[in-house]
Design a protein around this ligand. Structure first.
Ligand code: LLP
Length: 421
């Protein structure tokens, strides 16, 4: 069951509500529209898949940092993956259990590490200098920090180079040849550090689970080596990265169950706790960006649908050439011609497109047009470029009512940065 469905008469629905009606009832467009029940269903898919394993679902907050969504994910039993001090603060604000949170990153600064040490979250060691900083943070906080070593398994995730992380050229993780140096350093700082596991993250939008199996096999090998030196490591963290069906092609992509089943026997064979760090696969398909058509134009060789949303609200197509499915929320008039369009925003540069060469019926001015799968890395990567202030967010609740879950940013918010200067 999926939250967004198209009826035979050509209307798009979200959990039984006409998206067109929601669009007419909110004060501002574009806006993000989520389904709360879909978020629940996505978490349940992981929870069911993980049955029988000791595990932590560490939701990657960078994918979507809406506080209401975080509170809901926490309520459903998720932990969180953090990549900055502010994400850590937000996770604590949302009530996440710090012992189910992991602080990750190649450039964690000392102040944030002190916060992490005080809070008692897991911290991944990414480099020599990172280890030094974690030791210093532990001293300042007066607390021992549970650490994992971020190892680079060097497998090719077969994705866009900007979202590949677990290969040789990556800036993330330790140099594996120096593993011994790190183990010695952890031993030397046994008052400050407790090594509890190993971490890897291969990349994002991965659509083949064999890749996770390969990486887990390599990681298990490292864990054996680490244990052989007397460390009691209990956690294998295989990161996030499971892809979703952005194309709406009907292709069967690996599910959370497929992912977990491919590593399950390895995890059990070593008596490990499994940590996973999904972002996209938990939240992307729960949301679309709802826009309004401003007008249709042609330059002679190309047709354009111009909408009020843009690369400022949703940058993935511009930044990664990513495909996100686009459709109209209401049926086109019976005389509407089908044509091939680039769907573009009003921002003053040619990188401002949401979709290229999409076959759509020619929409009337004011028609609603959605960009699907906008729950992950869309709002969290939105900017105020061209002073297009960040849009409001709504969700459909379990009882079918619609609530605002984030205010839209306003012009006054921008002016506030200059007050009193
Ligand atoms: N864990 C770590 C260490 C990560 O770096 C990431 C994502 C995740 C977990 C979550 O990965 P996911 O399950 O969401 O694939 N902005 C890009 C995606 C960047 C992903 C960065 N790391 C995009 O819009 O496609």
């Amino acid at each position: 069951q999926h939250c967004f469905t198209k009826s035979e008469d050509g209307y798009l629905y979200c959990e039984g509500l006409k998206v067109h009606d929601i669009m007419e009832s909110v004060e501002r467009r574009p806006f993000y529209l989520y389904s709360k029940p879909q978020i629940t269903r996505n978490v349940e898919a992981y929870r069911n898949a993980l049955e029988g394993l000791n595990s932590i679902i560490g939701y990657a907050i960078k994918a979507n940092n809406n506080l209401k969504i975080l509170e809901h994910l926490r309520h459903l039993g998720c932990g969180a993956v953090l990549v900055s001090g502010n994400e850590l603060r937000l996770a604590l604000r949302a009530g996440f259990d710090p012992t189910r949170c992991i602080f990750n990153g190649n450039g964690k600064i000392l102040e944030d590490l002190v916060l992490a040490a005080q809070a008692g979250v897991f911290v991944n060691i990414d480099s020599e200098f990172d280890l030094e900083n974690i030791v210093e943070a532990a001293k300042r906080a007066g607390k021992k920090v549970n650490v994992l070593l971020r190892i680079n398994p060097d497998v090719d995730p077969q994705v866009h180079p900007y979202v590949a992380t677990g290969n040789k050229n990556s800036k993330f993780g330790i140099r594996n040849e120096k593993l011994q140096w790190f183990l010695d350093a952890v031993k030397e700082h046994s008052n400050e550090l407790k090594l509890v596991g190993a971490h890897c993250h291969l990349g994002s939008t991965i659509t083949k689970v064999d890749i996770f199996r390969d990486a887990a096999t390599i990681m298990i090998n490292y864990i054996d080596q680490i244990r052989a030196q007397g460390f009691e490591v209990d956690y294998l963290n295989i990161g996030g990265g499971l892809g979703i069906d952005y194309y709406h092609s009907g292709a069967i992509l690996p599910s959370p169950r497929d992912l977990i089943d491919t590593v399950r026997d390895l995890v059990i064979s070593r008596g490990l706790n499994l940590i996973i760090e999904p972002g996209r696969s938990l939240i992307a398909n729960t949301c679309c960006l709802v826009n309004r058509v401003t007008g249709v134009k042609t330059n002679g060789s190309k047709n354009f649908i111009v909408i009020d949303g843009s690369m400022a609200e949703l940058i993935r197509p511009s930044l990664y050439d990513a495909y996100q499915h686009i459709e109209l929320v209401s049926p086109a008039p019976s005389n509407a011609e089908k044509a091939t369009f680039d769907v573009v925003g009003p921002v003053c540069e040619s990188a401002d497109f949401l979709g290229k060469e999409r076959e759509l019926p020619t929409p009337a001015k004011g028609t609603g047009l959605v960009v699907h799968d906008a729950g992950a890395y869309c709002m969290s990567m939105a900017s105020t470029y061209n002073l297009k202030m960040r849009p409001p967010e709504y969700w459909v609740e379990d009882d079918g009512s619609v609530s605002k879950i984030r205010h839209g940013e306003t012009f006054e918010d921008h002016i506030r940065f200059f007050e009193g200067l």
